[in-house]
Design a protein around this ligand. Sequence first.
Ligand SMILES: *Cc1c(COP(=O)(O)O)cnc(C)c1O
Length: 450
Amino acid sequence: MNIKTTLTEDSIPENYYNIAADLKEPLSPVLHPGTKDPVGPDDLSPMFPMELIGQEVSQDRYITIPDEIRDIYRLYRPTPLYRARSLEKALDTPAKIYYKYEGVSPTGSHKPNTAIAQAYYNKREGIEKLTTETGAGQWGCSLAFACAKFGIDLDVFMVKVSYNQKPYRRAMMEAYGANCIASPSKYSEVGREILAKTPDSTGSLGIAISEAVEKCVTDSNTKYALGSVLNHVLTHQTIIGQEAMEQLASIEEYPDTIVGCTGGGSNFAGIAFPFLGKSLRNDESIELRAIEPSACPSLTKGKFAYDFGDTGGMTPLVKMHTLGSNFIPSGFHAGGLRYHGMAPIVSHLVNNGYVNPESYTQLDVFKAGLLFAKNEGIIPAPEANHAVKGAIEAALRAKESGENKTILFNLCGHGNFDMQAYTDYFEGKLFDQEYSDEEIGMALSGLPSV
Ligand SMILES: *Cc1c(COP(=O)(O)O)cnc(C)c1O
């Protein structure tokens, strides 16, 4: 039997938690792509509303969540916390495995947590239109939903490989009233340039970001929204971990190990940072595991260096674990994990030894996801399968050492829109891909000099 812990809607957190307040070492500054000097608010204001720029550099531990945002969170929050008893039994592990389930949101993942906040702050500053990119489509759908709630127009540049693989995600964006465009497209200069050189380009998040940023700075009263990586996005996601902490406390539990998958780092940060912050303030330790695909191994094989967030070199330079902004990962199925970089805060924490990264290949990850599905019923998103795999490995290590560990992981989304990936897995059409040091070195050789 599974334990399901739900809270009343009064338990939706009242604040976002900002880990910058508790970091022992400050983050490296964000640099202007042209001058390489630290950026100020004026450099970012063409792209983001002032409130989000403020949150990006805020040192306040708590940021009050406006009632208008909490009202929309009420549609699906608090999300449930489950104990995966059946999975524990299948693994024959002494470890307890808990998971927080973000798949109950309207779009099926954690992404609306920040989409709703970003749409709200833009609306409050009079913005009429947003542009964005999407990989697997989860972010595009989530922002489309949030924009519908606040009456904002939205252009979504969707990485072409996903646009073709996931027609239902596009339909979902359109159902919420957004405009979905396959990237690279003819609608931006960057897109036209790439199409001229590589007409059959399958696209990448880096390219789609360039297109969305270009459209935002050239259209009036239009701003840009990013679904991961940035400090304010990670901060919004901390409602996940705050709720989980309260849910675990209600059954007198506390995790020894926290596991999340990392594409840009936001769902991992969301579940882990409230716990890590507590550990940092009390000088305690907690084991944090960030799980990434071997086919896009920014944390395990990338370099901690200044790089662009996009392929066109239009975004500011941030210090992060990166594979190089020209890195184009193979078309593997966890589309949400195909980004060349990683959130600067997550990168900083890996660099300082607070977070341990691990990478796994696609076939091992799907196998883990199917074991979970057969035992717990939910079919995870391909991205979330990485977290499942990490949690299973942690439970097996506990079995080996005979320790009674309590493991918490973030089941950041369901896979109901990703069944083509599962079909491909069943038909033996998925392959593992790892990059040689030489290939990674090539991509990294293009890093900007700072
Ligand atoms: C977008 C997405 C991810 C990757 O983004 P993070 O910022 O690392 O969370 C992972 N899982 C799901 C379900 C997603 O939609």
